[in-house]
Ligand binder design. Structure first.
Ligand SMILES: [Zn+2]
Ligand SMILES: [Zn+2]
Length: 170
């Protein structure tokens, strides 16, 4: 029997699938036809730089559920432990749309601010809290990791519990 935590939370009012989104100029559009695997925020300094803001948003989806159209360009960011992260942008307006790490072959992370409707989002947790900007108050969250968690198992389990309409099996 797998370990389960009794999460105290109100389920999210998840929107109907597919989720849709795109870049700032409208040339690149995408759809997400299956339930996202997890949503979390990253406060590492790389994410502060790449977002030119306070944190990075990762809405992880299965590649099989993801469809993107329009002119894109990629930037291959070297990763400290080897390999690359493929960062995809609109070629015209430069909006950053997705990240995919080598080795995450069947999933990618959508930069969730590009969803047409992002208001329903609540993160399952926060990673790299040790380098967060001082004004970010994470006291309300159960899952706050000072650095990279060893696995995303707990983040994914909490996300499933937060989104019962998408994960009726729990
Ligand atoms: Zn664009
Ligand atoms: Zn980060």
């Amino acid at each position: 029997m797998s370990h389960r935590r009794a999460w105290m939370m109100t389920p999210l009012e998840t929107p109907p699938l597919p989720l849709t989104g795109g870049c700032q100029c409208g040339a690149v559009r995408y759809t997400i036809s299956g339930p996202p695997v997890v949503f979390y925020l990253c406060h590492c300094t790389e994410c502060q730089t790449q977002s030119s803001s306070a944190f990075g948003e990762s809405l992880r989806v299965r590649l099989a559920d993801f469809d993107i159209t329009g002119p894109t360009k990629v930037f291959l960011r070297p990763i400290a432990k080897g390999g690359h992260q493929t960062c995809t942008f609109c070629e015209i307006c430069g909006t950053r749309l997705t990240h995919q790490r080598d080795g995450y072959g069947d999933k990618l992370n959508v930069k969730a601010g590009t969803l047409d409707d992002a208001q329903w989002l609540v993160p399952a947790g926060h990673i790299w809290a040790s380098s967060k900007q001082a004004h970010m108050d994470l006291a309300a969250y159960d899952l706050v990791y000072p650095h990279q968690p060893e696995t995303d198992t707990d983040l994914e389990a909490r996300w499933r519990a937060m989104t019962p309409a998408w994960h009726p099996e729990g």
